[in-house]
Design a protein around this ligand. Structure first.
Ligand code: TRP
Length: 335
C-alpha cells in the first residue's frame, strides 16, 4: 500500500455503542481484550458509534452517552496515549460519503439477507416501520472500518456477518476500481460466557437483578451476589462455572485466585462452602468497582480531560479518513 502515513496506521479498530449502564460482562467481553492488546504494544483505535446509535435513538439521545462511555473506557484501563479514541460523528462527512459510495456496490437483496436485520425484523420491527438506517447498518460499518483502512477488527459472533460484508465490499471495490483497501481481518477475542447471576441467559442489562453494573455500589453488589444461584455440594453447573470465571477475571490479586481455587476444590469434594465462595466473590467485585468508580470520578472532575482526548483522536481519524476518501475518489472518478 502506498500513501499510508505510518503514524496513523490502524492495526485494530473497534466501535462501541454509546450506552450507559455497562455491566462487568461488557467489560470482560469488549474492553478487557482491547486493554490487553494495547498493553502488548498494538495500536488499537476505538470509536464511539454515535451515528449508528441513531438507528434506534433520537440523535440528541445518542449524543448524551458519549462522554459517559469514554470515561468508562478510560477508567477501566484504556490508555489514551496508546489507544486512540474518537467519536464517529467527528468524521460524519467522511462516513456519509463512503457509505454512499459503498452502497453502490452492494445489492438490496444482499442487505436483506444480513442475519441481524432478519432477526430484528422478526423480533420487534417491521419493514413498514423500521427506518432505513437499520438496513444500511452493515454498509456504514464497512465505511467505518475501511475509512481507517484498519487491518483487524475484534468481533464477537454477533458481528461476524457484518464484518464479512465489510470484507466483501473491500474486495469488490478493489477489483472494480483498483486496490485501495486492505481487507480487514476478523480478530477472534476469547469468548467469555458470563451468565446472569440467576435465571436464564447471559448477563445482560435486561435482567438487572442478575447483572452487575459498573455503577453498582457495594451494598447492591452484596445483595445481588447473595441472591445468585450456585450449585449443590459436589456438583458443578454452568452457573457456578460462570461465577468462578467472573470472579477470577475481575480479581487483581493472586492470593484471591488461590482462595477461590481452594474453595472450589472443597466444594467438589462435597463440602458446604458456597457461602464462603460468595463472600470472596463479593469482595472481589466490590474492590474492582470501587477502584473503577474512583478513577471515573477523577476523570469526570476534569472538564478538559475527555474533550482533549477526543480531539486528539479525531485529528488522526480525520486525517486517515480524508486520505482514504482521496484515494477512493481518485480511483472512482479516474483522476
Ligand atoms: N456494530 C458494532 C456493535 O453493534 C459497532 C460498530 C459499528 C463497529 N461500526 C463498527 C464495530 C466498526 C467494529 C468496527 O457492537
Amino acid at each position: 500500500m502506498t500513501n499510508i502515513n505510518k503514524k496513523s496506521k490502524v492495526e485494530i479498530l473497534t466501535g462501541v455503542r454509546p450506552t450507559g449502564d455497562l455491566t462487568v460482562a461488557n467489560y470482560l467481553g469488549a474492553i478487557k481484550p482491547i486493554i490487553e492488546l494495547q498493553n502488548k504494544g498494538c495500536a488499537p483505535m476505538v470509536f464511539v458509534a454515535d451515528i449508528h446509535a441513531m438507528t434506534d435513538s433520537e440523535p440528541s439521545t445518542a449524543k448524551k452517552f458519549i462522554n459517559e462511555v469514554v470515561a468508562d473506557y478510560i477508567a477501566l484501563g484504556i490508555n489514551p496515549n496508546k489507544t486512540k479514541i474518537f467519536v464517529q460523528s467527528d468524521i460524519e462527512n467522511e462516513v456519509a460519503v463512503l457509505t454512499v459510495f459503498l452502497s453502490r456496490i452492494v445489492t438490496v437483496a444482499e442487505l436483506l439477507r444480513v442475519p441481524t436485520l432478519k432477526d430484528k425484523l422478526k423480533a420487534h420491527c417491521k419493514p413498514e416501520t423500521a427506518n432505513a438506517l437499520l438496513f444500511l447498518y452493515p454498509v456504514m460499518m464497512a465505511a467505518d472500518i475501511l475509512l481507517q483502512r484498519a487491518e483487524k477488527v475484534p468481533v464477537g459472533e454477533d458481528q461476524l456477518a457484518h464484518l464479512e460484508i465489510s470484507r466483501e465490499l473491500a474486495r469488490r471495490f478493489n477489483k472494480r476500481y483498483g486496490k485501495v483497501f486492505p481487507i480487514p481481518q476478523p480478530f477472534q477475542t476469547k469468548a467469555l460466557r458470563i451468565l446472569s447471576l440467576k435465571g436464564e441467559g447471559k448477563m445482560s442489562k435486561t435482567s438487572p437483578q442478575g447483572a452487575i453494573f459498573l455503577t453498582d455500589d457495594a451494598k447492591t453488589v452484596a445483595q445481588k451476589i447473595k441472591g445468585a444461584e450456585t450449585a449443590f455440594e459436589g456438583k458443578m453447573t454452568e452457573k457456578l462455572e460462570s461465577h468462578i470465571l467472573l470472579a477470577k477475571e475481575l480479581c487483581k490479586k493472586k492470593s484471591e485466585q488461590e482462595e477461590i481455587d481452594a474453595l472450589i476444590k472443597k466444594h467438589k469434594k462435597g463440602e458446604l462452602v458456597m457461602g464462603q465462595f460468595k463472600n470472596v466473590f463479593t469482595r472481589i467485585v466490590q474492590n474492582f468497582l470501587t477502584e473503577f468508580q474512583t478513577k471515573k470520578a477523577e476523570i469526570t472532575r476534569d472538564p478538559l480531560c475527555i474533550p482533549s482526548i477526543l480531539e486528539q483522536g479525531a485529528k488522526i481519524a480525520r486525517a486517515n479518513a480524508q486520505e482514504t476518501l482521496r484515494l477512493v475518489k481518485k480511483a472512482m472518478y479516474h483522476y
